[in-house]
Design a protein around this ligand. Structure first.
Ligand code: PLP
Length: 383
């Protein structure tokens, strides 16, 4: 059998190694392996400039950026947050850790993002925040979501873990709500293995976010020369990635556009080559609404039933092609059941998560490998 075709892998240029060695081997007086060193500053400046973001703080993961967001919102027992169930555990765990309760809302048919039309009926006097997830790098309806949040005095935390460098209208995802989060995990478009960022759009969170991220101290102020010693001023933990990881990330971020261009090329190739099957009603291709610009993070197809999806997934696997489902709905996971949810509660989430198949997509995927994936899918429907 030919080399297996994986689902996703980060793309490597010569720069990752160069910058990593620069950080690692810096002369003693400039050696900075801890967080918030020169490469962290470069990453932050690049992200703030390119994504037109007010303030970005690098974190050890998107999960930790979400933890910071939940702490900043000062949530506690009795509070509720509105989230899609078609989501990753981190998006909900961060709020559960504060004692708050997730209220799951169904998704839209086209983008599989939270259905903004269902949000208001789920708002109670305990609701504190809305957490839209931009699935696959395609935006939620942020105009409507921000309007609902404003009308009900709620905070908006955008889970843009998958959506770095994607846009809604003229703004970058992650910069539209009060807070945004990004992931730089190995599976994402830009990666340093494990990493993330908190984007602070609502300035009232700026000062406390720095403190919570730095073990509850005002060390960031001290480094900027704003105080003459630093001390313990609040609760917090350690959410800073090492500057060695930031060195790798900087090399990736320098190729922000090039990586996205390659992903777009492969995404469009899937679309073109599978369009006949879509026209014949065998499968559905992903939708990108006109006011959204994707970062082409995920390419998926929707099959007619869960059984067809599983058959195709297993056939591809037997041919060394890794295509996977995404996600098990949170409301039907063991934790979701403990929260009182049951099958049938969120019809679209249950239906689409059963029919979705994610295909291999990463910059180093060759067109030859992609053709193998496409041909296998075409053959499956001919049989
Ligand atoms: C929507 C979403 N949120 C959060 C995360 C967590 O990201 P990380 O692995 O950087 O903690 C992921 C990871 O896949 C995700 O897809």
């Amino acid at each position: 059998m030919a080399q297996p075709i994986v689902l996703t892998k980060p793309s490597l240029s010569s720069k990752e190694k160069k910058y990593l060695l620069q950080a690692l081997e810096a002369p003693l007086q400039h050696r900075h392996w801890a967080g918030d060193g020169p490469f962290t500053r470069k990453c932050t400046a690049l992200l703030e400039k390119r994504l037109d973001a007010n303030k970005v703080l690098l974190t050890t993961s998107a999960t930790h950026a979400l933890d910071l967001a939940a702490l900043l919102l000062n949530l506690g027992v009795g509070d509720e947050v509105i989230v899609p169930s078609f989501a990753f555990s981190s998006t909900v765990n961060c709020f559960m850790l504060t004692g708050a309760k997730p209220v799951f809302v169904d998704i839209r048919e086209d983008t599989l993002n939270i259905d903004e039309a269902l949000i208001e009926e789920n708002i109670t006097r305990r609701t504190r925040a809305i957490i839209p997830i931009h699935y696959a790098g395609v935006s939620c309806n942020m105009k409507r979501i921000n309007a609902i949040a404003k009308a009900h005095k709620l905070m908006v935390v955008e889970d843009a873990a998958q959506a770095v460098n994607a846009r809604y209208q003229d703004r970058f995802l992650g910069t539209i709500g009060d807070l945004g989060i990004y992931s730089f995990h190995e599976s994402k478009n830009y990666s340093c293995g494990e990493g993330g960022a908190l984007v602070i759009n609502n300035r009232r969170f700026e000062e406390r976010a720095e403190i919570l991220r730095e073990k509850g101290t005002n060390r960031s102020k001290y480094f900027r020369g704003e105080v003459n010693k630093y001390t313990w001023v609040d609760i917090g933990s350690s959410y800073l990635p090492s500057d060695l990881l930031a060195a790798i990330l900087y090399a990736q971020l320098e190729r922000l556009s090039a990586i996205q261009r390659r992903r777009k090329f492969l995404y469009r190739r899937y679309e073109q080559n599978l369009s006949m099957l879509a026209q014949g009603g065998k499968l559905r291709l992903p939708t990108i609404p006109p006011d959204c610009q994707s970062n082409y993070h995920i390419f998926y197809i929707l099959l007619s039933t869960e059984k067809v999806r599983n058959n195709l997934m297993n056939i591809l696997k037997s041919q060394g092609i890794l295509a996977v489902f995404h996600y098990i709905p949170l409301h039907l996971s063991p934790m979701g059941i403990k929260l009182g949810y049951q099958k049938g509660d969120l019809r679209r989430t249950e239906e689409f998560s059963g029919r979705l198949l994610r295909l291999p997509l990463y910059p180093d995927l060759t067109t030859k490998q992609q053709d193998l994936v496409i041909r296998s899918i075409q053959r499956f429907f001919r049989q």
